[in-house]
Design a protein around this ligand. Structure first.
Ligand code: PEP
Ligand code: MN
Length: 256
């Protein structure tokens, strides 16, 4: 399997892979729609204390999704130990199996980021870097520089724009985070890296996810990571913004 296959145009999946059933059902349904990679959080860093995800046990479910459905599961890691564990459990030492991990926007510990990059640069892996919550181009570029300073290969990094905190802006559409398409464009040009758009954490609601996707396309972006849950009304995180499978089929028509 080539790494190219590992970074498809669309990476849909639950905010959080809360249970084995949510992960496996998502993998199977998405596979049937021709999707090769899903997203699924194992750790959910939160604004206030609450449900914070299934943790490393979810890596076993991700391995099962790969083995049983041939679907790669991209997931957030917060510490180098998580990356070590993901490699061990998901690949089991098999160099044919790649991992795809992302660094979340709320995790601005650049020492842990560098150590994580050092851990995964030794195996076939994609590292997706989400922007930090506040609008600062230098900081965003600094995230990339921290990873590159470890010798991490440029051709295995992708960026993800998930918007910036509204921070008192008028925000008439009620977005959860505000996109900066121009900055995203500049960062893409300066780094030469692929830019994935996360309309879910920008939009914050199903309606906004659709309209933000159209905005992204108009601004020249066509890669997406999007939250889709088998039953959003029962999701333990980000209920309002997750699409169900039927809504996802509608959404796919926008981007294909
Ligand atoms: C996520 O993608 O699951 C997530 C928590 O997003 P962010 O880090 O952008 O808030
Ligand atoms: Mn989410």
């Amino acid at each position: 399997m080539s790494l190219e296959r590992r970074l498809p145009q669309v990476i849909p999946g639950p905010c959080c892979g809360e249970t084995q059933r949510v992960v496996m059902e998502s993998a199977k349904t998405m596979k049937d729609s021709g999707i090769a990679m899903i997203r699924s959080g194992a750790f959910k860093p939160r604004t206030g204390p609450g449900y914070d995800g299934p943790g490393t046990q979810a890596f076993e479910w991700f391995r099962d999704a790969l083995v049983e459905h041939d679907v790669t599961v991209a997931t957030e890691v917060m510490l180098p130990e998580h990356a070590e564990n993901a490699i061990q459990v998901i690949t089991g030492g098999d160099q044919e199996r790649e991992i795809v991990v992302w660094w979340g926007s709320r995790n601005q510990n650049h020492i842990a980021l560098q150590d994580t990059a050092r851990v995964i640069k030794g195996v076939p892996a994609w590292f997706i870097l989400k922007n930090q919550p506040w609008a600062d181009e230098r900081h965003w570029l600094g995230i990339v520089d921290h990873v590159l300073s470890t010798g991490f290969p440029l051709d295995r990094i992708a960026l993800c724009h998930r918007g910036f905190h509204p921070n008192g802006s008028s925000n008439e559409r009620g977005l959860r985070n505000i996109p900066d398409w121009e900055m995203a464009n500049r960062v893409q040009e300066k780094t030469g890296l692929p830019m994935i758009i996360d309309p879910s954490h920008i939009g914050g609601s199903v309606d906004n996810v659709f309209s933000i996707t159209q905005d992204a396309l108009r601004n020249g972006f066509n890669r997406f990571m999007i939250e889709v849950h088998p039953d959003p009304s029962k999701a333990l995180t980000d209920q309002r913004q997750q699409l169900n499978f039927k809504q996802f089929q509608e959404w796919l028509k926008l981007v294909q």
